[in-house]
Every structure is written in structure tokens, then in C-alpha cells.
Ligand binder design. Structure first.
Ligand SMILES: *Cc1c(COP(=O)(O)O)cnc(C)c1O
Length: 351
């Protein structure tokens, strides 16, 4: 069975080899204050620069999930309040986490089909951070880099935090347009869950230090203090970090992956658009995701397609939240091979 679920998602086919080698190399028993671990951390950070084009002066921090990153941002970085721009369930969860910690948190909900219009935004002085769900996994929409750029230009003094949980390592991100970028590895990195990555600009680091929040297990100031010497403040998920390192080593540079995912997504979109019974959930191409496609139809059709796909050995991702009965989602993640995607396209074209 091959899964097209959008997370946890299909892991890379090379995973069994990586796991075997992790064991053989002895890294799994290495102390997190040892030279072996520090080297693994440093090398992984440098691979993030080489393969994903993370800037030289940005810092990589390991956490346990994207959800944890939501909390860290409000707790350790935001000084006044965050302003959230979102269209779906993950963005909504993020703003709810933030409100829990900082009641003055506010935001703007847009439609999945809508693009962010920077010109009409008014975000007051009361907000020092803008939070954007760049790829909304629940409905298959995305905020393209050009819109991020407009927001950056309009509010150069505010920090920008970007949820790229289901796009980092799939599309090319322009990290200079944001200060805080994060993901977890069970989506485009093609790895088992249990590791989050948090990427910080020098401004985000400076603000964290100014805020000086400490005392909790996931206080960012502790993480940064340890990260300076490529250590972590608690015993981390070394296996997860090792696997991330191996995936980064073996992957092509992001611009090539990005190009291939775009090519595949446009084939998939064409195929769905030509069917008689299925429609694209997001019909505005400017707002549509490159890595997750939402497909909608009548409830009966959706359940019938999902069942038929399973018979062919393909598991489609269920709709998320309120969209569950009337949609399914297809992950167009790099660990899914071209041949697997072609098989899915051939299957869907009969509807
Ligand atoms: C999956 C996902 C999350 C949550 O990730 P966890 O690793 O489960 O915390 C957050 N945001 C987006 C956009 C996601 O796709």
C-alpha cells in the first residue's frame, strides 16, 4: 500500500538503509554532549544551507514538532502580540495556541481561494510578529513567496513567522522574507514523526535574547545557548536528527525538487480538472499549494474514489476538519516517486 496522506506521509524508500546504518555507526548510543553528536548537528545545519538554501546567518534548532514551535514562538519570541493570517485548520490551531499564551493575539481569516492582499492589511503597533501559515495542509492552499515579500515590505519592523510544515524540503523558500521558519519531518522530509525544526534569523534571535524568557523546558533562550556549541539542553531525538541528516545528504538541491513537484502538481491538477465528478478544492491557481492537493466532490463520490483507490493499493489522504466528508487530499511530497504519482493520475482520470 502506498500512502498519499499529507502527514504522516510516505517515508523515503531509502529509510531501511539509513536505519541500519544509524545502528552500525553507533550514533544512537552517543551522548548529546559528545563530539559525535555536535558534529552531526553542525553537519545537519550546514546541509540545510547547502540543500535548502537556509541563509548563513540563520540558526537551526531542533524541537519535537511544529505544534511545539507554535508554543515556543508565543512564549519566547513575541513581545506584544502576534497577528495571524490563515485560511484553514492548522492556521486556526496556531492562533488558538497563541491566544492561550497571549490573549491580545489577533488575526485575519481568509478564504482558501484568496491571496493575501498586503495593500489592504492594517496591522497595528500592538503586534510585533506576523504569523503566516505558508502551506495550509488542511485545504491545500499556499501563500506564495511574492505575497510574503509584499508583507515584508509593508511591515519591515515586524518579525514574520512562517509555518512551512508541509512545504519545507518540497518547495524553494526564500528565507530572507521571514525570521522564523519551521516544519516537522513527517511531511516533505519523508521521515517518521517525532522531530521539529525551527529556523531563526539574527533578528529573531536578538528579540529572544531581549525578551529573556527562561525557566521552561522549551524556553528558546536555553535552546540557543546550547545550540551555540551544537548541543541541546535535553537528550534529543538523535535518530530523527541522523535520519534528517541522511535525507538532506541524499536529496537534490531544493530548486530541482521544487521544479519536479510543480511539474507533477500541474499534471495532477489537469487530470482532476478533466474528470466529470471531481473538482479542485482551491480553484484559484495563485492560492493553490504545490505540495498538497485538495480534491472535492459529492460525499458519495469521495468515499467511492477512496475505496476504489485502496483496492489498487493507494491510500488517499482524508479531508481535514469540516472538509472531511466532501474531500480527499493528495500529498505531492518528494518521497513519492514519479511512477507512483503517474499511477495515481491514471487511476483518477477514470472519474
Ligand atoms: C502537520 C502540520 C502541523 C502540525 O505538525 P506536528 O508535527 O503534528 O506538530 C502544523 N502546521 C501545519 C501546516 C501542518 O501541516
Amino acid at each position: 500500500m502506498i500512502t498519499f496522506a499529507a502527514g504522516p506521509s510516505k517515508v523515503y524508500d531509502s529509510l531501511p538503509t539509513y536505519l541500519q546504518e544509524a545502528y552500525q555507526e553507533g550514533i544512537l548510543s552517543a551522548n548529546h554532549r559528545s563530539g559525535a553528536f555536535m558534529q552531526l548537528y553542525q553537519e545537519t545545519e550546514s546541509l540545510m544551507r547547502q540543500k535548502l538554501h537556509m541563509p548563513e546567518d540563520y540558526k537551526l534548532i531542533f524541537t519535537s514538532s511544529a505544534t511545539e514551535n507554535w508554543e515556543i514562538i508565543s512564549q519566547s519570541i513575541v513581545e506584544r502580540a502576534s497577528f495571524h493570517i490563515y485560511s484553514g485548520s492548522f492556521g486556526k490551531k496556531w492562533i488558538e495556541f497563541a491566544k492561550h499564551i497571549i490573549p491580545a493575539t489577533d488575526g485575519l481569516k481568509i478564504q482558501a481561494n484568496e491571496t493575501v492582499d498586503a495593500a489592504s492589511l492594517t496591522i497595528s503597533e500592538g503586534f510585533d510578529l506576523i504569523a503566516i501559515t505558508q502551506n495550509e495542509t488542511s485545504n491545500g492552499s499556499q501563500v506564495r513567496m511574492e505575497y510574503l515579500e509584499e508583507i515584508r515590505e509593508k511591515y519591515p519592523e515586524k518579525l514574520i513567522a512562517v509555518d512551512t510544515t508541509s512545504s519545507m524540503a518540497g518547495i524553494e523558500l526564500d528565507f530572507s522574507l521571514g525570521d522564523i521558519w519551521y516544519a516537522s519531518v513527517q511531511k516533505c522530509f519523508g521521515l517518521p514523526a517525532g522531530l521539529g525544526v525551527l529556523i531563526l534569523s539574527p533578528r529573531a534571535i536578538a528579540q529572544t535574547e531581549r525578551k529573556g524568557e527562561k525557566g521552561r523546558y522549551n524556553s528558546l533562550s536555553f535552546m540557543l545557548e546550547n545550540a551555540r556549541s551544537y548541543q541541546t539542553h535535553y537528550t534529543p531525538n538523535v535518530l530523527g536528527i541522523y535520519l534528517l541528516n541522511r535525507v538532506l545528504q541524499d536529496m537534490q538541491e531544493i530548486q530541482h525538487i521544487d521544479q519536479n513537484l510543480r511539474r507533477r502538481m500541474s499534471q495532477l491538477e489537469d487530470c482532476v480538472a478533466k474528470t466529470k465528478t471531481l473538482r479542485l478544492l482551491v480553484d484559484n491557481q495563485q492560492a493553490r499549494s504545490t505540495t498538497v492537493l485538495g480534491v472535492t466532490g459529492l460525499e458519495d463520490t469521495i468515499s467511492q474514489v477512496k475505496k476504489a483507490a485502496e483496492k489498487e493499493g493507494m491510500q488517499l489522504g482524508s479531508g481535514y476538519g469540516p472538509l472531511k466528508p466532501i474531500s480527499f487530499r493528495i500529498a505531492n511530497f518528494p518521497a513519492i516517486t514519479d511512477a507512483e504519482m503517474e499511477k495515481l493520475i491514471a487511476f483518477l482520470s477514470q472519474y
